[in-house]
Design a binder for this molecule. Structure first.
Ligand SMILES: [Cu+2]
Length: 140
């Protein structure tokens, strides 16, 4: 009898844990990406994100210049000023594909690669980045 009780407790504990995990997955349905900004540009400057899931874009402004002090993401109609220290920009990618963005003057490029979770395994992760134009932010 005791054994059965223990077994029941173990089973219910497992069920509880399993439920807890499900709830967590639902409430933390957000993807966080982190980026640093200095006079050389963005680090990293390319992010793979999942379609349909809200993104929190944590930006750490370490060294702002005339050039890198604002970011424009035309595809998302997003344009915002950067400030020293941390800030969080939120958006939700609605479509799969490559989203190119840059500093406000279109000099320092960055990219989001938006993937479908179900097909993301088939997409090769690119390690190459677009060449950076030197004229803009390396004067300091
Ligand atoms: Cu610029």
């Amino acid at each position: 009898m005791k054994k059965i009780l223990v077994l029941l407790m173990v089973i219910s504990a497992i069920v509880l844990v399993a439920e807890d995990v499900t709830v967590k997955a639902d409430t933390t349905n957000v993807q966080i990406i982190e980026m640093e900004v200095d006079r050389h540009g963005w680090t990293p400057n390319e992010f793979t994100i999942k379609v349909g899931i809200p993104v929190k874009w944590k930006i750490d402004g370490k060294e702002l210049t005339y050039c890198n002090n604002a970011i424009s993401v035309p595809a998302y109609k997003l344009k915002f000023d950067l400030k020293e220290g941390e800030q969080i920009i939120e958006f939700t990618p609605e479509k799969v594909g490559e989203i190119e963005w840059s500093c406000w003057m279109d000099m320092i490029p960055g990219k989001f690669i938006v993937v479908d979770e179900n097909t993301s395994k088939q997409i090769e992760k690119k390690t190459t980045t677009r060449p950076r134009k030197k004229s803009c932010c390396s004067t300091k």
